[in-house]
Write a protein that binds this ligand. Structure first.
Ligand SMILES: [Zn+2]
Length: 452
């Protein structure tokens, strides 16, 4: 703010009765007047008051309300005063600015002083500069004046803090929300949290109303949020590509009679839905008409029963075969082929080595596959390859440091076979064989020699 350069100031002795206090002077609590009056009594008025000459005669106080009151207390008839003769609004600006610089103004008095300056056309930035504070501080404080009188009274009494009042001021334009927040505060809520809660509820209500208005404007059927729409069988489903959604775009579906939407009560967002998913059966992938689902279930059931019958028939045939002709050339070939197909990769690797096969298939289970292919190309090699696998199994176990009882039995069988071919077993190998009974039977594992 600025004071006009034409302002004239005189120091005069002004009759006390001629000084009036402008209604805009917001100093409500004058504090200890008696102390000031006592000092006037002893040493007189050291600092003159500031007054403005009124158009209709007399003076209006600009600064010095406490001094004026103290002078009245001790019954002075006149006081020394700087008499200003500038325009009315300048006078009020000067007065409000003077008020701002008092140290003991209450929160509401500060707010009123800010408001007065705003009303006089002084900007928030200028006021902030004048009061040595931030523009935000000015704005926040002036909103306090829009709080209901009852709340302002509580603030004045100190039953709510300035911070709480500033929080509440965010709800000043909505008496219902404000009352709700205050009630929560009295009910034990942190007042800040109560205000936040009300602000959030208000924002949510606003968003829901906006969404509903939009749907109405666009003529879209609005439904309640469906209770169960994330199920494949649900009649109502969301549109889109997510889980439990029907994969049609909103734009495409908008022309369908089953097009609708609901407003989410927790976010206020609009969610588009199809209210009759079956209408799209056969057109939209993944939606089967109920009769198709029933037929698919019946087919599955029939297949399971046919499988069960086949098992019974087949097992009867196999049992007959085993009774009549177990030891045939076909049986022997079958045994060899199955063991070839079942060979594990570790055993197959040793078998390949034993057979001198070096070109190994470059694939998962490459060694096993190499053996299968070899027999496919040279069927006469079946016996040699399956024997290689059996011997490789024995070699695999015999190379192990620790063997299970089953593995030891295989190793014993393996060594016995080699011995019959004329291979001379070393002492270690004989030890690994365990007892001589191994040949032709299953050896009992011998723990004392197992690890030697
Ligand atoms: Zn639809």
């Amino acid at each position: 703010m600025s004071v006009s350069p034409q302002t004239r100031v005189e120091l005069l002795s002004v009759p006390l009765d001629a000084i009036t206090v402008a209604p805009g002077n917001h100093r409500q609590d004058l504090g200890d007047i008696e102390g000031l009056a006592e000092s006037f009594r002893r040493i007189g008025i050291v600092q003159p008051l500031t007054v403005r000459r009124r158009d209709g005669g007399g003076y209006e106080l600009v600064a010095g309300q406490r001094r004026l009151a103290a002078a009245r207390v001790i019954g002075l008839s006149a006081v020394p005063a700087f008499v200003q003769s500038y325009a009315d609004s300048d006078s009020r600006k000067a007065m409000a600015a003077e008020n701002l610089n008092r140290k003991d103004l209450s929160t509401l008095e500060t707010a009123a002083a800010y408001q007065e300056l705003l009303d006089l056309g002084v900007s928030s930035d200028e006021i902030a500069a004048l009061a040595g504070t931030s523009t935000q501080h000015v704005t926040e404080h002036t909103t306090l004046l829009s709080l209901p009188k009852k709340v302002q009274r509580e603030l004045r009494r100190g039953s709510i803090s300035a911070d709480d009042a500033l929080m509440l001021a965010q709800l000043a334009d909505d008496p219902e929300c404000l009352a709700a927040a205050l009630n929560k505060g009295r009910g034990g809520w942190n007042l800040g949290a109560a205000v936040q809660h009300e602000l959030h509820a208000r924002e949510l209500a606003r968003r829901i109303a906006t969404s509903q208005a939009e749907l109405e404007r666009r003529g879209i059927t609005t439904i309640e949020r469906p209770r169960e729409s994330f199920s494949r069988q649900a009649k109502v489903q969301r549109l889109g590509n997510g889980w439990g959604c029907i994969p049609i775009t909103t734009a495409k579906h908008a022309k369908e009679p089953c097009h609708a939407a609901f407003v989410d009560e927790y976010s206020g967002d609009i969610t588009y839905v199809c209210t009759d998913v079956q209408r799209h059966a056969g057109v939209v992938p993944g939606i089967e008409p109920p009769e198709d689902r029933k037929a698919a279930r019946a087919a599955k059931r029939a297949e399971r029963e046919a499988q069960k019958r086949a098992v019974e028939t087949r097992r009867a045939a196999v049992a007959t075969h085993l009774r009549d002709r177990a030891d045939t050339r076909e049986a022997s070939t079958h045994l060899k082929r199955v063991s070839l197909l079942e060979a594990d990769e570790g055993t197959a690797a040793i078998a390949c080595e034993l057979l001198g096969l070096t070109e190994i298939e470059d694939e998962h289970r490459g060694h096993a596959l190499t053996l299968v292919k070899r027999v496919a190309n040279q069927p006469a090699e079946l016996s040699r390859v399956s024997l290689a696998l059996v011997l490789a199994q024995g070699e695999l176990y015999a190379g192990r440091q620790y063997m299970s009882a089953d593995e030891r039995a295989v190793v014993a069988e393996h060594f016995a076979y080699l011995a019959r071919l004329g291979y001379e077993l070393s002492e270690l190998e004989r030890g690994l064989m365990g007892s001589d009974d191994a040949v032709g039977g299953v050896a009992e594992p011998d723990e004392t020699e197992a690890t030697s």
